[in-house]
Design a binder for this molecule. Structure first.
Ligand SMILES: *Cc1c(COP(=O)(O)O)cnc(C)c1O
Length: 387
């Protein structure tokens, strides 16, 4: 009886003895906040992406990283940034931090990623940037998005909170021709530091600005221009910056999580393939696959109930919970939340694909600590809920 089994959570972090030992080492070292381990994590991240010329800037959340990236590209009052309605609010809220406006657009119903044609239709005189999300870990249509950006002179900042590691055309997200890419290491993401993120850019000026704004707008560069021997206590405040640095305690986790990122992705892909095989033929729409040869990070495994399912999504989720299986919904689209709906006078009819997906979708448990038997248990619960 599945009901006699312990509850299967929706998500769980995968923390090994290596991570624990590294955190303990940090605690004993006397250096808790941003220091040698955060620096090493940044260097290792560039190596992981396969391009040591990339600037990697460790921050205490992806939200912070997105805020810093948009600030560094000069987003401000009067500007508009285009993003998807089908995301977490963090993607869009950072635009509002800067006094700029958000232009939400609909998704491609096949991939659930931002629709490049909808972006094109939304570009106006105030548009300054495009902020795509690699939904669930499947790359957005970056060739089309980057082409639009070039054509209209727009910046591109990628929300890669789900996308480590994800490739498109064989290239890792983080190494594409966008202005900046931001990863999340929140507890349920594909690698975790508890809370944390990484801002990645090829642009040295953007990186320099983000580094200064990451820590109170503090700079030593002004002094260093005149002498190589700035006293260790000297700094200058060049802007009202933020407090977005990553601690060495968190970076200690990241050092080992990053080493496992490839193996984690393989396990997630294997679990997703088990779901795909076991759920084929049921009245559900399975997640979109990456193009042949490309990596999907499989942060989420999102099902949609098909017309013949004979059950509504909320009842379906209730039945899974009753069977001891945790699940979730990604996302309640932004156009349904009071703040976004009221600020921009939005309604569901403006986003038919996102709305339809939302009404039918749920995310099944998908994490590296799941066993094949756990997958079977979820599949049994899905079959029973649909029967
Ligand atoms: C998790 C998430 C974020 C925010 O990440 P934090 O590290 O928690 O700030 C942003 N965008 C998306 C799509 C996310 O899923």
């Amino acid at each position: 009886m599945s009901s006699s089994l312990p509850f299967l959570p929706f998500a769980l972090p995968d923390i090994g003895e290596e991570e624990i030992a590294e955190v303990v080492d940090t605690l004993r070292s006397g250096w808790l906040t941003t220091g040698p381990k955060a620096k090493r994590f940044e260097c290792d991240f560039a190596v992981f992406l396969g391009d040591e010329s990339l600037h990697c800037i460790a921050v205490n959340s992806a939200t912070a990283g997105l805020h810093l990236a948009l600030e560094a590209i000069g987003i401000g009052p009067g500007d508009e940034v285009i993003t998807t309605t089908h995301t977490f609010t963090a993607t869009a809220e950072v635009v509002r931090y800067l006094g700029a406006d958000v232009k939400l657009v609909d998704i491609d119903p096949a991939t659930l990623n931002i629709d490049a044609r909808a972006i094109e239709a939304a570009i106006g005189p105030r548009t300054k940037a495009i902020l795509p999300v690699h939904y669930a870990g499947l790359a957005a249509d970056m060739p089309a998005i980057l082409a639009l950006a070039r054509q209209h002179g727009l910046k591109v900042v990628e929300d890669a909170a789900h996308a480590l590691p994800t490739t498109i055309g064989g290239q890792l997200v983080g190494t594409l021709a966008s202005d900046a890419t931001v990863f999340s290491f929140y507890a349920n993401k594909t690698i975790t530091t508890g809370e944390g993120g990484m801002l990645v850019t090829r642009d040295a000026a953007l990186a320099a600005r983000a580094r200064v704004m990451r820590l109170h707008g503090m700079s030593r560069d002004a002094f260093d221009r005149f002498t190589a021997t700035a006293p260790s206590w000297y700094y200058e405040i060049v802007a009202p910056g933020f407090k977005y640095n990553l601690t060495d305690m968190a970076a200690a986790l990241g050092l080992h999580q990053l080493k496992k990122a490839r193996v984690f992705q393989q396990r997630r892909a294997a679990l997703a393939a088990l779901y795909d095989a076991a759920l084929a033929g049921l009245p559900v729409t399975l997640p979109s696959q990456p193009r042949p040869g490309d990596l999907h990070a499989w942060h989420l495994y999102v099902l949609r109930l098909a017309d013949g399912a004979g059950i509504d999504r909320d009842t379906f989720i209730d039945r899974l919970f009753a069977a001891g299986v945790g699940c979730s919904v990604h996302y309640i689209p932004l156009h349904l939340h009071p703040y976004w709906r009221e600020r921009y006078a939005l309604d569901a009819a403006m986003f038919p694909h996102s709305q339809q997906a939302y009404e039918r979708m749920l995310s099944l448990p998908l994490y590296t600590r799941m066993t094949d038997a756990d997958v079977q248990r979820v599949v049994d619960a899905v079959r029973a809920a649909l029967a």
